[in-house]
Design a protein around this ligand. Structure first.
Ligand code: MG
Length: 218
């Protein structure tokens, strides 16, 4: 296969994804559901953040979750324990969720009565940046155990995201991570990115994060 053919195949794949994403977007909008697509490296704390967010919004918002992982339903079981509606997608060898996987998950999960849908993508800062799932926004979670230069190393992802959550801030005394530098790097890449600093473990910063989500709900 020549290089040019490979490029064309990728373009076709992305064009087909855009079509499916548009379909998902109309389903979300018809159901008046706000949809957030959570991306990060593996281990940044997406699932813990979702669990604590759902717990704290109990009684204020009805939330559904689509979980994406290559294998296992470990995260879906953690979400199910909160009482939230959850559907697991196993992507097998794929490094990201695509819009048609979400479309299929939506066939199995009713959006009726939901205010928000959280999609937890496969842990990976590269591939999920290219795949629109029909969401309202992407949220990137970066933990303080990672390098504070992540935004400049993976600029495509940080440009695709409306929000950056800096997680695990309870660990700041033990690591060399600079929150100021991380924010500076993120804004170099995406000047409009909104930033939240929080710890799902201690609860610090969670209230303003939840208030933000409520203000963005349809
Ligand atoms: Mg997870």
């Amino acid at each position: 296969m020549t290089g040019r053919r490979v490029i064309r195949v990728q373009k076709d794949v992305l064009a087909k994804n855009e079509e499916k994403a548009a379909g998902n977007r109309s389903r979300f909008s018809a159901a008046s559901v706000s949809v957030l697509n959570f991306v990060s490296s593996p281990g940044a704390g997406k699932t813990s953040l979702l669990v604590k967010t759902i717990d704290g919004l109990r009684g204020r918002a009805r939330i559904g979750v689509i979980e994406g992982d290559q294998e296992t339903d470990n995260d879906a079981r953690r979400i199910a324990a909160t009482g939230a509606l959850v559907t697991q997608i196993n992507t097998a060898s794929a490094c990201h969720l695509d819009a048609s996987m979400v479309d299929k998950a939506l066939d199995e999960m009713s959006l009726d009565g939901l205010d928000m849908l959280f999609i937890e993508n496969v842990g990976n800062l590269v591939c999920p940046a290219s795949y629109d799932l029909g969401e309202d926004m992407k949220v990137v979670v970066m933990s303080v155990t990672e390098g504070d230069d992540k935004p400049v190393k993976y600029p495509k992802m940080f440009r695709a995201c409306s929000v950056m959550v800096i997680s695990k801030i309870d660990l700041l005394p033990h690591v060399d991570f600079s929150v100021a530098r991380a924010i500076e790097n993120a804004r170099l890449t995406n000047p409009d990115i909104e930033v939240f600093e929080l710890s799902a473990k201690t609860g610090e910063g969670l209230e303003s994060w939840r208030d933000y989500l409520m203000s963005r709900a349809r």
